[in-house]
Design a protein around this ligand. Structure first.
Ligand code: 13P
Ligand code: SF4
Length: 338
């Protein structure tokens, strides 16, 4: 029997039927020799049955190092594709095949190829939030957790092309001072956060520290005490002596933050004008793609071994090198390593 007190934070009530579904999933996991990976934005009940919950970098590392036969990827499509590229001989399933990403959509591979053809000296750094076909055209992949480091490691004589997130790209340029040509894509959920809304929350809670995901606009990043990937956001909140945090990213992360910092308070930044919001009203930001996954769909994809990630052999081969390059650069020891 699952000990709910162990896997859920004190405050959280599990949804009805959680225990029976979780028991089914644990039995399937054993039977299939499966690894369940979940992104920090997944609903609490999915996080609670996962073997590992983390950001894109941590999830890629887990996928690269697993001995499981089946990877159940509770996240969005490009994340499951990355797991498949790293494990071409394993079965990789995701609970909902329509769990996409606005960044991935913004950068079709044929448009990228046309852009690359305009400058043979381009070195393409692709944020992991892109399709396998785009990865196959790229020189190196990065995540929000290692983008700065990956760009610093790029060959000095090359012109950098950063795709597809213009906001992460802009932030990395600010950090490194390295000019880059930016693809004009963005995360539809993060660009909804506005300076005024965060300022109003800061006015109401002056003791709160502000943690911001780098996919957000500069007007919001400029208000941050920390700009960080989802994993580094959790780490920052854990290690900070502050008791209260304004969290500017998708609201799924709050579950992990509360689970790992029982005595701290987390306020979701609202994705609209907070001055018109009643004080007790919650309007947290949600990624409509991440939220397509449910615990029932996790059970079903394990039962059916589908939807399954399948990719053409040439894409699998070509996309692997830039991902491995990222993992290698990221693993090199430095101060403040990811
Ligand atoms: P992280 O790698 O920081 O978890 O970000 C993934 C993502 O999709 C953010 O919107
Ligand atoms: Fe893509 Fe944005 Fe959703 Fe992350 S939050 S998966 S970047 S749409």
């Amino acid at each position: 029997m699952i000990d709910l007190a162990e896997i859920r934070p004190r405050h959280a009530t599990p949804p009805s039927g959680f225990e029976a579904l979780a028991a089914e999933i644990f039995a399937l996991k054993k039977q299939l020799n499966a690894l369940i990976l979940a992104h920090n934005y997944q609903v609490p009940e999915i996080q609670d049955v996962a073997d590992y919950v983390g950001d894109s970098l941590g999830l890629s590392r887990q996928a690269a190092g697993t001995n499981a036969d089946v990877i159940v990827f509770c996240g969005v499509h490009f994340m499951a594709e990355t797991a498949k590229i790293l494990n071409p001989d394993k079965i990789v399933v995701l609970p909902d095949k329509d769990a996409g990403c606005s960044l991935e959509e913004s950068c079709p591979a044929d448009s990228l190829a046309r852009m690359q053809a305009t400058n043979p000296n381009f070195w393409t750094v692709a944020y992991i939030n892109c399709s396998a076909a785009v990865k196959a055209l790229s020189d190196v992949i990065c995540t929000s957790g290692n983008a700065e480091r990956i760009v610093r490691a790029a060959p000095a004589g090359r012109d950098l092309l950063f795709v597809p997130d213009e906001n992460l790209g802009e932030w990395v340029m600010e950090q490194t001072g390295r000019p880059m040509t930016l693809w004009r894509g963005n995360c539809y959920a993060h660009v909804e956060f506005r300076r005024d809304a965060v300022l109003e929350l800061k006015r109401r809670f002056p003791d709160a520290k502000v943690v911001v995901h780098p996919e957000s606009l500069r007007e919001v990043r400029d208000l941050a005490d920390a700009v960080a990937s989802t994993e580094k956001m959790v780490a920052y909140c854990k290690s900070s002596p502050a008791r209260r945090f304004i969290v500017v990213t998708e609201s799924g992360i709050i579950h992990r933050m509360q689970k790992e910092c029982l005595d701290k308070e987390f306020l979701c930044a609202p994705a609209f004008d907070v001055t018109r919001m009643p004080a007790d009203h919650c309007r947290c930001s949600e990624c409509r793609y991440m939220k397509l996954n449910t615990l029932e769909k996790v059970r079903d994809c394990m039962k059916r071994l589908g939807p399954r990630i399948e990719l053409p052999d040439d894409v699998l081969k070509r996309a692997r090198l830039p991902i491995e390059r990222m993992l290698e650069i990221s693993a090199q020891p430095v101060e403040n390593a990811e």
